[in-house]
Design a protein around this ligand. Structure first.
Ligand SMILES: O=C(O)CCC(=O)C(=O)O
Length: 298
């Protein structure tokens, strides 16, 4: 076990949104690869939870039109389903719910929260773009899927520093309904080999059991900032209510994906083309600063 994961406590990783100090937050993030900001997303919760609930109804209504993909099944609105546990009254469960900047204005507004951007600017520098369109991971009640420990760089390895993710709890989240687990300091371990798991690319669970990670329990509206190489994941939801999180991701304006993947097979294929990756066609909307023209040439 790494010394950092044994000695770090939650108090070392957290601050309150009410008296947030962006440079202190950036220091914690640089040192541990994660930072918890309590209450940061509270202003967006009511509307976002309404949109999440609507997307669930919509997705279940569309389930009979779902198409099979390497990761599971996708409904026409874009929700990704996995096989359901036997206890469910249907054979598929929601994994990634179709709520994004394209469907939820509250989601986009949450990505533009000035205190979040102050922090990301202190971490990544002055010129920042959105990476991806906002993501909602949704664990259904009583047995909703685990997301095995992994590094996001297994899914999207970047040319430079890579994105900073901000995962926010949409409901109070504890050890029963699927608290996010992180391995502090693991952003310095480089890109680790991942294997295919039920929840897609994940670390070998013999080498990376849950005990190596620290659970972060929290209230609805708490946000966890984490580095693209920080090992993280969450266990299944054993509570009687759903457990959604919503994720905003930011990266430096000049950064871009060099290898993407969701399975060992498609990642290995994409690795062969890493040298050809370009910033071109990978531009996200700017949320801080300015994109100089030369930043798009590579
Ligand atoms: O739902 C969760 O807690 C897991 C989210 C996550 O690990 C991810 O999106 O990379």
């Amino acid at each position: 076990m790494s010394s950092s994961s044994t000695t770090v406590s939650i108090q070392d990783l957290e601050m309150s949104a009410d008296d947030m100090d962006a440079s202190k937050g950036a220091e914690i993030y640089q040192e541990h690869g994660c930072l918890v900001v309590r209450g940061l997303m509270k202003p967006y919760l009511e509307t976002l939870n309404r949109d999440i609930a609507q997307a669930v109804i919509e997705s279940l209504e569309l389930l009979d039109q779902a198409k099979q993909v390497p990761e599971g099944w996708v409904t026409p609105n874009g929700t990704l389903f996995l096989p359901a546990p036997k206890s469910f009254d249907r054979d598929k469960q929601i994994m990634v719910l179709a709520v994004s900047y394209y469907s939820s204005s509250a989601f986009l507004q949450s990505a533009l929260e000035p205190r979040a951007l102050d922090l990301v600017e202190a971490i990544l520098g002055p010129n920042i773009e959105l990476f991806l369109n906002g993501q909602c991971l949704y664990k259904e009640a009583v047995g909703g899927h685990p997301k095995n420990l992994h590094q996001d760089s297994a899914y999207f390895e970047h040319k430079f520093e890579g994105p900073c993710g901000m995962l926010s709890y949409a409901v109070d989240t504890d050890l029963v309904n699927g608290a996010l687990h992180v391995v502090p300091g693991s952003h310095r371990y480089g890109s680790l080999q991942h294997v295919d798991t039920f929840s897609h690319l994940g670390l070998n669970s013999d080498e990376w059991p849950w005990e190596r990670a620290m659970p972060i329990t929290g209230e609805a509206g708490d946000s966890i900032f984490f580095h693209v190489k920080t090992i993280h994941g969450s266990k299944e939801n054993n509570s009687p209510s759903p457990r959604p999180v919503f994720i905003n991701r930011y990266r430096a304006a000049e950064d871009y994906v060099v290898i993407s993947g969701t399975t060992t097979e498609n990642r290995a294929e994409n690795e062969k083309r890493a040298e050809q990756a370009k910033k071109e066609n990978q531009r996200g909307l700017m949320v801080r600063g300015f994109r100089a023209f030369h930043a798009t040439q590579s």
